[in-house]
Write a protein that binds this ligand. Sequence first.
Ligand SMILES: Nc1nc2c(ncn2[C@@H]2O[C@H](COP(=O)(O)OP(=O)(O)OP(=O)(O)O)[C@@H](O)[C@H]2O)c(=O)[nH]1
Length: 301
Amino acid sequence: MSGTDQTRCGVVAVIGAPNAGKSTLVNQLVGQKVAITSAKAQTTRARLLGIALESETQMILVDTPGIFAPRRRLDRAMVSAAWEGAVAADAVLLVVDPVKQRRHELMPLLDQLKHRSERKILVLNKVDVSKKEPLLELAQELGQAVDFAEVFFVSALTGDGVPELKTALSALMPEGPWHYPEDQVSDASERLLASEVTREQVYRQLHEELPYDAAVRPESYEQREDGSVEIRQQIVIARASQKPIVLGKNGRRIKEIGEAARKELSDMLGQKVHLFLHVKVDENWAESREIYEEIGLDWVR
Ligand SMILES: Nc1nc2c(ncn2[C@@H]2O[C@H](COP(=O)(O)OP(=O)(O)OP(=O)(O)O)[C@@H](O)[C@H]2O)c(=O)[nH]1
């Protein structure tokens, strides 16, 4: 099925402070891993779409980067991408971590939400690790600031409460034909997804030593005749002094990063993966338009 008169289709913008659990929630709604999750804040650099289906309804989920005070060009691009996602939405989901609320980042979002015309839904996430009473108080407080159409208490991690949220969301979508074929869960190219997987490993394995100045660029992505795929990527760092960190002793670190990413990619793609990683030093990468476009961001001034 791909769109008749009874179908519905709409865009859902997912916003929230960094680490609120947006990517995890998108994955739950879609039912498989499409966006990258990480324990470290602000890692969702590229804007990935997840597509969730609920009977006759297709929901295009815009998984936005964490929003924070923009200083550098890269940060401004992320903020712009985040809000761009919310421009044409049929619903906006505000995801809040009730324990680590990050109020300095949450409050500006609430202020902006007040002036938006979309239906707004408040999602208090991580109920598996929060107490009930403060949750209700928080829902009430946030509800006084913004006119939320509904409030949901969920755990994106365990999936608790997510089916109810999904049903409510689908009812908010306008009637119309589906934008994507039924079997398509993400329109992010596999190349880009593959780079995201590696980038997640870079952060996961080096988060203590390496600041945010690293990107993973897709170099090539080729299907081999034997049914496997050959992927080449560049890990771009800003300073030569970071190179030994990424490589590790005798190249051990980059080998581990590559091995973990390769395994995950192989699971995701359902085929054997040959992954080749190179480290490149580019002091100005955060100012490079080419790299921006490759990692799925718009160039902003
Ligand atoms: N206990 C618990 N942890 C969760 C839940 N949802 C997400 N997390 C964890 O919270 C952390 C952040 O989750 P993400 O989904 O990456 O958060 P995000 O909002 O996309 O983060 P940014 O990319 O920084 O904007 C990860 O370690 C998740 O495993 C939940 O319902 N319960």
